[in-house]
Design a binder for this molecule. Structure first.
Ligand code: RB5
Length: 152
């Protein structure tokens, strides 16, 4: 069974979406990308695409999600509204490693207008290949984050 990775962007990253799909596919042995749009470069609303990816991750249909907009900010704000989602906005290698190890982030958000493709490729590889460090203190903190979802 291949690893399912849900991916979407908005118009800001649409022109590089095929490159991003290739980067995700080649980040590991047996990765299948579920591209959730958009299908044209017309202006779209990033929350619609964050919602589509996060639904797949929250339901378990996808192991992880990747979202790219202009800055990554809008996607990350929207993604973190969805129960079960721990979305990390990353710009560099170290943050990407640590958000997997410490936060068990399940969605990676990036900005096409702020990060170069080489850095984006490294962040994708790192995000998909760095395991959660399941130490008690990290588990406890994630459980506290999850408890915040239930306070609504
Ligand atoms: C679209 O112009 C831009 O606002 C969007 O891609 C993203 O950067 C929002 O946070």
């Amino acid at each position: 069974m291949p690893r399912q990775i849900a991916f979407a962007c908005d118009h800001a990253a649409f022109h590089v979406k095929d490159t991003l799909i290739k980067m995700i596919t080649s980040a590991g042995e047996d990765i299948e990308v579920n591209y959730l749009g958009p299908t044209t470069g017309d202006s779209v609303d990033y929350p619609d695409f964050a919602a589509a990816v996060c639904a797949k991750v929250a339901s378990g249909e996808a192991e992880k999600g990747i979202l790219v907009c202009g800055t990554g900010v809008g996607m990350s704000i929207a993604a973190n509204k969805v129960n079960g989602i721990r979305a990390a906005l990353c710009h560099d290698h170290v943050t990407t490693v640590l958000t997997r190890q410490h936060n068990n982030a399940n969605v990676l958000c990036m900005g096409e207008r702020v990060s170069g493709l080489e850095v984006i490729q490294d962040m994708i590889q790192t995000f998909l290949n760095t395991p959660f460090s399941d130490e008690a203190r990290h588990i406890r903190r994630i459980e506290k984050v999850t408890a915040l979802e239930k306070q609504e």
